[in-house]
Write a protein that binds this ligand. Sequence first.
Ligand SMILES: [Ca+2]
Ligand SMILES: [Ca+2]
Length: 412
Amino acid sequence: MRLPLAIAALALSSCTFQAKDDSDDARDTGTVAAADGEDGADGTGGADGADGADGADGTDGADGTDGADGTDGTDGTDGSDGEDGTDGTSGDPCPSGVTCVSSFPYSTRSTTTGAASDRFDRYACASGTDESGPEVIFEVRLPDDGFLALDLPQGSMASGADIDLHLLGSLDSADCLDRGHWRAGDYLTAGTYYVVADTWVSGSGAEQDGAFELTMGFTSVGDLVAEGMDASVADKGLYAFGEAWAGGDTDGFAYAITDFSLRSDSRRQWVLDLSTGALMWKLHVAHGEGSSRASDSRWAETFSNTDGSHQSSLGMLKAAETYTGTYGYSVRLDGLEPGYNSNARSRYIVVHPWGGSRPAYVSAYGETAPTWGCPALDDAVSTDVVDFLADGGLLFFWYPDGDWSNRSSYLP
Ligand SMILES: [Ca+2]
Ligand SMILES: [Ca+2]
């Protein structure tokens, strides 16, 4: 059922039809209590200053003795394999000298000056970089798959200090998953990982140790499912961000996942701050009129990268500069996937304010008003969303179309 939409002043740069304009009251902002930006609990009692002696590391149990060889004669049973000695640790207590982290968001202040650990000098992630100064080690236990975001907030590092972040799959510098001067992250499956804040050493041998602040945000598949996202979409969306992060597509943690397999009367865009794991907004988002199912325009089902198609695009896009256009304060998008959304900028596919994505409009008409391909948002909140995503935030648009969804380089 197509709505009788008046066509707006058709600036060539517009990708949008005019929504009905009689629904401007009672704007429900749809803001999901931007998760109190929780000041991460002050780190869990940072490991008490190591008791010097390494003896504290539960001694590895003796390797079990090999079972006795089967007795002769009876052609015997192979001796049972000796049992591995128990790991001196019981119930996985936090190793001595390491701070264990299992709840997020996490935030702590610490220092590498005088840090007990000085075991890592170089990491496989940047083998030419001298990190031979002392380091602070965190053991991170993830109960679920998701994206782990690490950040040394700008301005929090002591003057003269140069601390770098390293994310390890095990306590081995060869098992380096990511590293960064200020930020690091990765899509990780449930398990135990290590974060090492290490002291960079200059070419002249000066250790740039000092105080730093570290935050960790973890956004899990389960977290997003709890906010109403399909589990498969949540997993793919977080995986895709991990691919984008690893590929250097962004250096920030602002991210929006849209599930275009949902009807437009559903809130089908989740805007996330991965640095804390907070859901910032859960929104209605419009799709292009060319994407609509012929028999029911609440559903989008075809997608395109072609100008004039009036279709939405799938895949990973990056929010660039803001501007004020026909519909108001907006942000331009650059498509990161050749063939699928790479023409977004030239098609003027942007995020702009849109009365046709207001909750009141959706309640009245049972769907968002179609656009010419722009993922337009409720104008009551779009300014804040645009500012949040602009200058590097990523937007991921999912639909199981069989083409993009099977071929995207951002998907497994
Ligand atoms: Ca070191
Ligand atoms: Ca550095």
